[in-house]
Design a binder for this molecule. Sequence first.
Ligand code: NAG
Ligand code: NAG
Ligand code: NAG
Ligand code: NAG
Length: 965
Amino acid sequence: MLGKAPYIWDPTAQRHENESSKLTWKTLALGSATVLSVATLWISWRPLETSNATFDSTFSKAAVLQECDRLQMKAGAPAEFVSRKESDRFVPGTSAYLLKNATIWTGGKDGEQILHEMNVFLDKGIIKEIVPTSSRRFQSLEKEIQIIELNGSWITPGLIDMHSHIGVFPSPTTMGTFDMNSWSGPVLPGLRSIDAMNTHDALYNLSIAGGVTTVLILPGSANAIGQISFEHLGGQAYTIKLRETKERSPGSKVLSPPSHPNGSAFEEGGKLRWRHLKYRLTVGENPTSNYGGSRMDTYWAFREAYEEARKLKRAQDNYCLKAQKGLWKGLGEFPESLKWQSLVDVLRGRTKVHTHCYSAVDFDAIVRLSNEFEFPLAAFHHAHEAYLVPDLLKKAYGEPPAIAMFATSARYKHEAYWGSEFAPKILADAGIKVILKSDVPAVNSRYLAYEAQQAHYYGLRTTLALASITTVPAKTLGLDHRVGYIREGYDADLVVWDSHPLALGATPKQVFIDGIPQYPVAFVSEKSAEAQAPPKVPSFDHEANDALDYNGMPPLNGQTFPNVLFTNVKSIWTGSGYQDLQESVGTNETLGQVLVDSGVITCVAIDCIIPRPPIPGLPPAPVIKVVDLEGGSLNPGLVAYGADIGLQEIEGERTTNDGPVFDPMVGRVPGIAGGEGYLPRAVDGLQFGGRDSLLAYRSGVTRAITAPAHEGFLAGLSTYFSVGASHRFEKGAVLEDVVAVHVALGHYGRMPYDTKSSISTQIGALRYLLTGNGVGEIGKCFSRGEKTLVVEVDNADIIGAVLALKSEIESKSMTKMKFTISGGTEAHLLAEQIAEAGVGVIVRPSRPFPVTWDKRRILPGPPLSEESAVVALKEANVTVGTGVAELWATRHIRFDAGWAALESSGRITQTEALLMASTNLEKLLGVPDYEVSNDLVATKGGTILDFSGKVVGVISSRRKMVELF
Ligand SMILES: *[C@@H]1O[C@H](CO)[C@@H](O)[C@H](O)[C@H]1NC(C)=O
Ligand SMILES: *[C@@H]1O[C@H](CO)[C@@H](O)[C@H](O)[C@H]1NC(C)=O
Ligand SMILES: *[C@@H]1O[C@H](CO)[C@@H](O)[C@H](O)[C@H]1NC(C)=O
Ligand SMILES: *[C@@H]1O[C@H](CO)[C@@H](O)[C@H](O)[C@H]1NC(C)=O
């Protein structure tokens, strides 16, 4: 082994190596001391990852020569793979299935191929045959196999999530399961995600319920290179299928494992299986923060590591050259290193390199590294600035890397600040491969399809949007010979959808993995015939061009007009529902006009303006801005609650945020801040004009209610303001200085290290305050009971304790408290008691995600349960509002509302969903006169609830204007 029997460097054998490599060879000598000590460390270890043959003298020369031959093997799919008769993952006893009359998006012909009226036969874990529904094939078998009639439903390949932390950052996360990083150094290529993959993650099954079947599990981002660690060279990644296995082990989930437990370099048909390595390059919360290093340190560490690998590779090649020539004398042992072998495999082109990085500076450095050491890059992950530099991406060694990104999540750290919702479209237009991923728990991977839907909404072509979660990740993972397509001979992984997979709220009716149906009963609501076609989406070409023209920072403000005439309007929101223009005007015309003067509607008619011919002596008629809504609507302005909107610009960048208030429960509040009487107000920290605020505004969110940012028990007093205002003194900017008083109760602080007071202490504190014991501002506020008390709580047991406390206080004081629960992930378990107590619930987020223990008992909604939490609470007569959990998601409130209605089987109307996202929130958060809704939002081509509508303006009577975008 290396260190025990140093190999002999023979420069003559390596003439083909280029000049630059000689340079680095010299520089590397500096680092050799460390390398040797690392090597010594490994001596006692049996190599797991390299070869079966260990090449000590007891092994035959033939074995050495065989191993040398293997060094030349390429990774990839063996040619005969598709002709296999049975999948290696087939579970004996699984019956064969015939899916009848499917509409298939196959992934073939660059995503253009769609097959109608097809039967798909699944057997032995494989898609065995695809035949026309009219064919009589399999008729004789029908008694022995399971038949599923699809009546034309869409099927797609099982979705592939190419950036997941399932199992290594499980939901719910606990101290005992958070295992995705290593803190032992920046360059840890030997770390493997598979070694940390916990099998108890709720997201395995929840993601399957979203159609996801295969995921790449990456180490976290604390190591620069890690197969499963946190930052620079962060470790090796593994592809798994999500379904449960009989063995129940992480290992049995792995798809095409690149190594074998007994150490064999795994091969099939003369090909090696791909390995995956993760790099993480970012400054801020990831590698550099943990090691105190800078970008320059990181890249130096990379170059040192690669030089080490290059040395080892040369030594191996050189060794083999000699062995093959029969020069055995003094040859010693085959040079190998468990630690560096995965990088040697990068240099040998057998490892897919996945780089977690964001900005042009990192793309540039990595592209340089790939050219210096001559290895291709499989993908840049996150890569929020990639759309700004497509030409740079094309300079990478080999093919340009694919870009694996979020659809709209951005601005969570400085490097993500330039992110754009148009990036998928722009990159695709530039010929770069686009992949949408979840990075669960960053985005709930159950909704991976929604990522593709959003990318489609913002301009990515239908075929590419579907490819971004199927065929492109399959190719990038080197697994497109078995997953990512619906083709004969491929793994029987497919999703049967209740609507077109890019339609809002598309839900799997069934998911097959290795030919095994994943749930016995699917609860899905009936979808309209329209929802079976790809959604018609608006054009954002203009906005996408702006994103480029302004180098990622397009202006987001609109232009204001006193008078606007909206033409071709289909419906108007009345405060309690939409009214069709046809009805309001009383004609048979389906579209009409709406005239707005100083923010107030002055005419609704078929023709609001009869053009006046010029009259001599009179000034010309006033010019009125005309906006054609193309069958669109005037909708209610929506309300954002729950995401620190107005207090935060870049989550990971403290200098841009208000920051959390003191938590008097765990630390002393300075006397100068009020000491025990401390009660902060959100209004004092308000920031206007933030990018997420304006993006939400341009998506129909006109008002927000925000409590002070907090990490502990006390939040303070919330404020009510206009999201589109540019500063505090603008008319209607701050709508109410103070609305409700907020506290947060729960078992955890910020995951995973904080400690928090016990629940009994938290309830005790609330009792203490509510019974008039508090001092100063906080004492006055709680004991008077005038303000609505908003309790952030998810766990049903704590909700129970809070309800009991409420009734205790009320029976003592003989007055009713105004009381609202926010969060409420488990509130459905006590829906009846909550209704009885007259308490409203803000469900936040509107679709549940069991990220913490307090949120684990979710009501998942279709297809896993008939009811969603929103339906269950509403039907128990609880007043329900819907909130958001993250700032970037405020722009999605409109789609969240549409989705809540779509998945409710008609139990929540569109009107109710809109009220939950507007007036109900104001009511539940203590806004006075909440019925007076002043804002309307104009959408072109559809309503605010669906993918066909585009927000083009806001009508505000408070601000006496119309703002057009
Ligand atoms: C690995 O070693 C074991 C035990 O010597 C042997 O049975 C097996 O065939 C070897 N595998 C390969 C791929 O050479
Ligand atoms: C397939 O389903 C569609 C939609 O329900 C139906 O119109 C068509 O007749 C079906 N085709 C066959 C061959 O059953
Ligand atoms: C609407 O009604 C008018 C008058 O009854 C009729 O002339 C016209 O054709 C109708 N238009 C449509 C589109 O039905
Ligand atoms: C909810 O309220 C409606 C109308 O008041 C009533 O008919 C229904 O029984 C109530 N439902 C429950 C579960 O209490």
